[in-house]
Design a protein around this ligand. Structure first.
Ligand code: AMP
Ligand code: TRP
Length: 326
């Protein structure tokens, strides 16, 4: 069975966009692959975090993912910082990575421009990510398009290391979702729904109060045509709602246009709100149950035991080839 691995940063609360664009994909992939999924808490501190909030977010993220259908029987689930081999391996890879290639990373260029006082962790971030990936001999790395360059550099580092020290690493490929519906901001449908949007009314979070979710959908920006018709260029608001409705009902666009052909926008929005709330309330109920139980700790204990063993083996093999230790 081919192996996949992906890391998720514990920052902010998961949005409807993350759920549709990323989580649902992972839930599908777990059926076909030997799946590893971890919370990339070490990556999240490249931009300083409040310790108390960080720890809460780690747990919340794990509980939400489980509530969304990530199955602990089909996935190895762990927290990056609990596996000390990731940072050890990262250092060894850093010494085989060029300053120049890290300087060319788009994410680094963007983020270092935004903060004048950025940490060196922000610069070496892709090497830690390479360690996360290469330790586990993974075949594919499911990520958003923004992380593709980081998977490619992991591959380059692995290839260079293999040529220099002998074949230690498998070369990974990024797995970018092909059609992944992009969910737009409800108040500004020309931009994607994002954790950091300024107007919170445009963003639905999976842990939002149910009444608030209904309110946000009912007040979504539309147009003056009053026809439920899919046309992202001229009717981005309505098209976005059609997309959302389609994801939750598995109906295609023409079926939806037909279903609402004599309805006004208010009726259509009400139906969209109903299907979204139906699914999100199930997730929220599971989330509450998981937070109350000790499930998460049990899953993490199993995950760390298994991944430490794999990581230790890789680390020892690297040390041996590199001439480290005695
Ligand atoms: P981010 O919240 O930007 O860190 O993204 C995490 C994951 O969710 C990535 O795989 C994104 O591609 C996906 N994602 C984020 N926002 C959206 C959105 N509005 N529509 C679809 N996918 C999204
Ligand atoms: N950098 C990724 C992000 O911000 C998270 C991540 C860390 C990751 N290590 C990884 C993703 C390894 C895939 C594989 O989204």
């Amino acid at each position: 069975m081919k192996r996949i691995l992906t890391g998720l940063q514990p920052t902010g609360e998961i949005t409807l966009g993350n759920y549709i664009g990323a989580i649902k994909q992972i839930v599908e992939l777990q059926e076909k692959y030997d799946s590893y999924i971890f919370v990339a808490d070490l990556h999240s501190i490249t931009i300083p975090k409040d310790p108390k909030i960080l720890r809460e977010n780690i747990r919340k993220l794990l509980a939400l993912y489980l509530a969304c259908g990530i199955d602990p029987n089909k996935n190895t689930i762990f927290i990056q910082s609990e596996n000390e081999y990731h940072t050890n391996v990262s250092w060894m890879l850093e010494c085989n990575t060029y300053f120049g290639e890290l300087s060319r990373m788009t994410q680094f260029k963007d983020k270092s421009k935004k903060n004048t006082n950025f940490s060196s962790g922000l610069f070496t971030y892709p090497v830690l990510m390479a360690a996360d990936i290469l330790i586990y001999d993974v075949d594919y790395v499911p990520v958003g398009i923004d992380q593709k360059q980081h998977v490619e550099i992991a591959r380059d580092i692995a290839d260079r290391f293999n040529k220099k020290y002998g074949k230690i690493f498998k070369l990974p490929d990024a797995l970018i979702s092909e059609v992944g519906t992009k969910i737009m901001d409800l108040q500004d449908p020309y931009h994607k729904m994002s954790k950091s949007s300024e107007n919170q009314n445009g963003v639905i979070r999976l842990l939002d109060n149910i009444d608030l979710i209904r309110k946000k959908i009912m007040s979504a920006v539309t147009d003056s045509e009053s026809i439920v018709r899919f046309d992202p260029d001229n009717k981005p608001g309505i098209s976005n709602l059609i997309n959302i409705y389609s994801v939750f009902t598995h109906k295609n666009i023409s079926e939806i246009e037909e279903e609402f052909n004599s309805c006004n926008y208010g009726d259509f929005k009400k139906s969209v709100a109903d299907v979204v709330i139906n699914e999100i309330s199930k997730i929220q109920n599971k989330y509450d149950e998981i937070m109350k139980s000790n499930q998460i700790d049990k899953i993490l204990d199993d995950g760390i035991r298994k991944t430490r063993e794999i990581a230790k083996r890789k680390y020892e093999a690297m040390k041996l080839e590199m001439g480290l230790g005695r």
